[in-house]
Design a protein around this ligand. Structure first.
Ligand code: GUN
Ligand code: FE
Length: 448
């Protein structure tokens, strides 16, 4: 790839409370797809650099009202649940898993089924603007490699996990690892495969489904693999009343404490949901530097509570957003941003009109759209320690061209009435894939 330049108005939020707007930014992208410089119009060499790039046919110009934002980072996706998006949400988590989800996931022993489903999923997420996704696959080694290959082929940045689940009481005969050893070998094989094939863009994640699905022997083995390979870990943590209580009863301590005991809570861990955390659990997560995937839409269906996002952020917890496909019935992180704002607002205001306003909610819980935007970009990138999520030198150019005027899109724009920040807010509240006019990962336009 030749070095090239993109000229566009850019919006990003490296800081949680601050929307950065760079009008007519000039972004220089090197051969590796990494941003080498960001110039604003005040830069003394701005005009010279533009002219030179034009002469070299190396300039892409994006005209207002279109603008650029960083690519979106989805910290929690169950890839095999894609055919189930938008259905089967009438059941509580424990029944949904046994009656709907495990039967569906077991079908990925069929590699051809995996190939077509995963292609549909990854191409849709890219079209929706998700440039980085963190995936749970299934217990099937070959289909998990198919998911990784799909991300490699379509150009998405991803973490891919071969799901480990061997507990005979919680996993059905038709969908369970034969033994802890089989799950550990499958996990190690994926780590080796992606070290060779992942191009540094598709990485492995050690993936115990959640404590109820795993024996102590398996959790211990996965903790050892995490220490040995230093790779990412993902799992579910204190998601619902049932799950949280199940772990308390079995382990005599919380999910966070138990996972930590197995060596699974570190700087490289992504804990999904994390709704029922005691203060001591939060402190432990912050101390260990682990991250949380906040999944506001799925929490409505399965979690029995709203994640106390603002409290977690104020404690210094690293947080990003997850769709939790298909527990969350949307494949759009713009939607997830909107639900992040909604759920935090409902936590603050409360939900029972039978109570007086003063005791209806949890004070100081709201977040605004800039915070949600930050979490979906720079926040998620930070959880993964990946150099993406904002426009600055040294970051990979993972970006979206948003066209507010796209035909049949979801953004209503009024000349003279909408500020640049308004356009971003309208994007988070309404953008559809029609408004995502182009997607780059690592400096390259990706197929959509
Ligand atoms: N806990 C264990 N497995 C799952 C899953 O597939 N989805 C959700 N939301 N929670 C889980
Ligand atoms: Fe999940």
């Amino acid at each position: 790839m030749k070095p090239h330049l993109v000229r566009a108005t850019c919006m990003h939020a490296p800081d949680r409370h601050e929307l950065g707007i760079i009008e007519d930014a000039l972004i220089l992208i090197d051969e590796q797809g990494v941003i080498s410089r960001v110039l604003d119009r005040e830069a003394p060499d701005y005009e010279r650099v533009v002219a030179q790039a034009r002469d070299n046919d190396a300039l892409t110009e994006i005209q207002p009202p279109s603008f650029l934002i960083p690519g979106l980072v989805d910290l929690h996706v169950h890839a095999p649940q894609w055919p189930q998006l938008g259905k089967a949400l009438h059941l509580p988590l424990e029944d949904w898993l046994q009656q709907e989800t495990f039967p569906l996931e077991s079908r990925y022993s069929d590699v051809a089924f995996a190939r077509s489903t995963y292609h549909s999923l990854v191409s849709t997420l890219l079209a929706n603007g998700t440039t980085t996704a963190v995936y749970f696959a299934t217990i099937h080694d070959e289909s998990t490699r198919v998911l990784a290959d799909t991300c490699i082929g379509l150009g998405q940045r991803a973490l891919v996990g071969r799901v480990a689940m061997d507990h005979a009481e919680q996993c059905p005969d038709f969908y369970r690892d034969e033994s802890a050893d089989v799950a550990l070998r499958g996990t190690e094989d994926l780590i080796a495969y992606l070290a060779a094939e992942g191009q540094g863009r598709v990485l492995p994640a050690i993936t115990p489904r959640f404590i109820p699905s795993c024996t102590d022997e398996l959790l211990e083995g996965l903790g050892q693999l995490a220490a040995q390979h230093g790779c990412h870990v993902q799992t579910h943590c204190s998601e619902s009343d049932w799950e949280h209580t199940h772990v308390l009863t079995r382990m005599g301590c919380s999910d966070t404490e138990a996972l930590h005991g197995f060596g699974l809570v570190s700087r490289h861990s992504v804990l999904a949901h994390a709704n029922f955390l005691a203060d001591s659990d939060m402190d432990l997560i912050v101390r260990q530097g682990a991250g949380v995937a906040h999944c506001p839409l799925s929490n409505i269906y399965f979690s029995d509570a709203v994640f106390p996002l603002r409290r977690a952020l104020e404690k210094g917890m690293r947080v990003g957003l997850g769709t939790d496909i298909s527990g969350g019935p949307s494949a759009s992180l713009f939607d997830t941003c909107k639900h992040t704002v909604h759920s935090a607002r409902m936590l603050e205001l409360g939900v029972d009109p039978g109570l007086p306003a003063s005791s209806r909610g949890v004070t100081d819980s709201r977040v605004d759209f800039v915070e949600a935007f930050h979490l979906a970009t720079a926040g998620g990138a930070d959880v993964l320690d990946l150099p993406v999520g904002s426009f600055s030198a040294g970051r990979c150019f993972d970006a979206l061209h948003i066209d507010p005027d796209a035909d049949d899109g979801g953004i209503l724009r009024f000349d003279g009435l909408d500020s640049q920040a308004d356009l971003l807010q309208k994007t988070l509240y309404g953008a559809t894939r029609r408004n995502v006019a182009a997607v780059w990962v690592n400096g390259k336009p990706v197929a959509r």
